[in-house]
Design a protein around this ligand. Structure first.
Ligand SMILES: [Zn+2]
Length: 412
């Protein structure tokens, strides 16, 4: 089997897909279920059809493009990613895994390889949380992590329900049918840009992801009492922002204290009410994001935060309310898929770095129903989710080549 990636074609397809955008180039904005996103998806489906793949969509709009294997009833080997992009993003996030996955399939076809297991390209719906406030909508439903009932309750930023939005996009069928039966996939592997600086820093062309961290997101509301910045004396104050500051530092301390490099905690939003220079903060809303590859360690940090909330509330006589918005479990990647990716790198003489994915991806949810792993390629300066996101043609085609090799091993 002589595998070769058509680098020029792959790069030109990435460039063309970037023209389906609601932002000025080089920025890409492609929000799920907009006209632009639907056109982009149709364009990719046409490319899949050119490759002779069998294509269908499920009720939430996940696209499947299958190269039917010699044993069509055997579980398929899946690959793919997403093509939706947050406002003012770049060309490569998700896209490299979709068009790179398609090119990997075409390279296998050109090589004369015939898979026993079908090889299937997936384009997931709404990996980005831009529209519905929840990431990986398609893969959550596929894996049963999110129920059809819970999905129907989601609304977009204009208050329109998922149900209405998808039906307007022409997707019929019931959301209940999206969940895949166990054993639908023998393996799943996702090619993706790293979205971090480690590969570049270490001078490695590829990363084989062994575990995927997952965030717990919380909203904390602190209510104290406001008043005039001059009139209320210090002993009488119940300043909500001072209380919130204690919580932020307690969270930082808790995350540092685990001693594990994989534990990270962030307060990214701090809304202060009423928000005037001469007014004592009466109310503060914080967003909290805690991530780890270990559910137990992440739990320890959350418990420490809880304890800080209790103590601060008591000491400062403020009311503190915590709401858990989301707490997905992290995932260990599938050993057979890690082995196939590692063997594929070695076969082609590429060195690679075993890695942790600190961002989460559709693979996190696919790992609930199949052995899954990811292959990372470097991106310049680790930049992602911005217009100057960049991966070199060489790195992209190297990733597609290793992906093709690994798919062949898994589909044999
Ligand atoms: Zn992505």
């Amino acid at each position: 089997m002589k595998l070769a990636i058509d680098q020029q074609k792959l790069v030109s397809e990435i460039e063309t897909l970037a023209t389906f955008s609601d932002a000025q180039a080089p920025a890409v904005t492609r929000v799920v279920f907009t006209e632009t996103e639907r056109k982009a998806r149709d364009w990719v489906k046409d490319r899949c059809e050119d490759a002779g793949l069998v294509i269908w969509d499920d009720a939430i709009g996940n696209t499947f493009a299958r190269w039917v294997g010699s044993d069509p009833h055997a579980p398929a080997v899946g690959t793919g990613s997403h093509i939706d992009a947050i406002p003012n993003a770049g060309k490569y996030d998700g896209v490299v895994g979709v068009l790179g996955g398609l090119e990997a399939i075409r390279a296998l076809q050109r090589s004369g390889f015939h898979p026993k297991h079908s090889i299937e390209l997936l384009i997931f719906t709404s990996e980005e949380p831009t529209r519905f406030g929840i990431g990986c909508l398609g893969s959550r439903l596929l894996s049963g992590t999110l129920s059809a009932e819970a999905a129907r309750k989601l609304t977009d930023n204009d208050g329109v329900s998922v149900e209405d939005v998808r039906r307007k996009a022409g997707l019929a069928g019931e959301l209940e049918k999206v969940k895949l039966h166990p054993g639908a996939y023998k393996a799943f592997v996702e090619l993706h840009i790293e979205q971090g600086p480690i590969l570049e820093r270490e001078g490695k062309p590829l990363g084989v992801v062994e575990r995927i961290a997952a965030p717990a997101s919380l909203r904390i509301t602190v209510e104290g009492s406001g008043g005039h910045a001059g009139g209320v004396l210090m002993p009488d104050r119940h300043d909500a922002l001072c209380a919130a500051a204690e919580l932020i530092l307690a969270l930082e301390h808790a995350a540092r204290s685990t001693g594990a490099i994989d534990t990270v905690a962030t307060v990214g939003i701090c809304d202060v009410f009423p928000g005037a220079v001469n007014s004592i903060p009466a109310k503060v809303r914080l967003s909290v994001d805690v991530r780890d590859t270990s559910l137990q360690r992440r739990g320890e940090v959350l418990r420490a935060l809880d304890e800080a909330c209790r103590a601060t509330s008591e000491d400062r006589e403020v009311a503190i309310q915590t709401e858990v918005l989301n707490a997905d479990a992290p995932a260990e990647c599938g050993p057979p898929v890690i082995a196939a990716l590692s063997a594929a790198c070695e076969k082609h003489g590429f060195s690679f770095l075993p890695m942790t994915s600190r961002a989460y991806h559709d693979s996190l949810f696919m790992s609930r129903i199949a052995p899954a792993a990811m292959l990372f390629i470097p991106c310049r300066n680790g930049y992602s989710h911005r217009p100057d996101e960049y991966a070199s043609p060489e790195d992209i085609s190297r990733g597609a080549l290793v992906l093709a090799e690994a798919l062949a091993m898994l589909a044999e």
